[in-house]
Write a protein that binds this ligand. Structure first.
Ligand SMILES: [Zn+2]
Length: 270
């Protein structure tokens, strides 16, 4: 059975409902044996670290302050403390979303810059969300990637600077992200009927940069649309990615899982 790595899942609702162990058991039964638990707010960060610390064979954690906190100025010291945990392998979810909050663009960019600076400081890769903000996202990531490359070159190590998660954009942005060293992660959206152009983009991403994710609890892939999305559906998105790339599922699972381990394989901290 192909073994998949869900590189981006929000587990808060499952933990609150007491269903997380059942959810992870269903994932394991579907071949999804590793999951990155995403943070993004003070509560979600604490939870992700606790869950990943308790289940080190299955979970790693990402912590960060996401764009919806841009106006709230959350505590940087608490985040820095949490990010020191060995379970934390990335700063995320962070990024820019001008679709939901065009008026908050400047505040979002300021928070995003702070998160990128923290990631550089702690040598943690980033999990990035971007919607209707391509040029600002790329400008910030270009600067981040330059600093990142210098740091890791001097350590004689190669670690991807991060992941553009839930990729839905065209070939040009993908090309730029690949130039910057980023991995590109596809969610259940890849299976949607209207996602033909996205499948075309996915088919051109080099195998050593591809990742799969669920973004649970949202965006369940076809034919499960409308249900709560769970990490087990990574296997379904992986099948769709195998179809559109022409790569056999076992090969694709091995490669995407190895890519995820390269990104989340830290801590690389100083
Ligand atoms: Zn997310």
């Amino acid at each position: 059975m192909p073994l998949w790595y869900d590189t981006h899942a929000h587990l808060d609702d499952f933990a609150a409902a007491g269903t997380l162990d059942a959810v992870l058991a269903r994932a394991a039964a579907a071949g999804v044996t590793r999951v990155c638990a995403m943070g993004g707010s003070p509560d979600a960060n604490r939870l992700a670290v606790r869950l990943a610390t308790d289940r080190p064979e299955t979970l790693v954690a990402a912590v960060g302050y996401d764009r919806d906190l841009a106006a709230a100025s959350p505590d940087p010291a608490e985040l820095r403390d949490l990010a020191q945990s060995p379970a934390v392998r990335a700063i995320g979810e962070i990024g820019l979303d001008y679709y939901y909050d065009p008026d908050g663009a400047a505040a979002q960019r300021a928070l995003f810059d702070k998160m990128l600076a923290l990631a550089l400081d702690l040598r943690l890769p980033v999990c990035v969300h971007s919607r209707d903000a391509d040029s600002d996202t790329l400008a910030a990531l270009r600067e981040f990637s330059n600093h990142w490359k210098k740091t890791f070159q001097s350590l004689e190590k190669s670690v991807p600077p991060g992941i553009l998660h839930c990729y839905t954009r065209g070939p040009e942005m993908a090309e730029e992200l690949l130039d910057l060293g980023f991995c590109i992660s596809f969610s259940g959206i890849l299976s949607f009927n209207n996602a033909g152009p996205l499948r075309e983009v996915a088919s051109r991403i080099p195998l050593d940069r591809l990742l799969v994710e669920t973004d649970s609890p949202y965006l369940a892939p076809k034919p499960h649309r409308g249900k709560t999305c769970e990490p087990m559906y990574t296997a379904r998105t992986g099948e769709v990615l195998a179809e559109c790339t022409g790569i056999p599922p076992d090969t694709l699972a091995d490669a995407t899982t190895a890519n995820a381990h390269r990104v989340y394989g830290g801590p690389f901290r100083p």
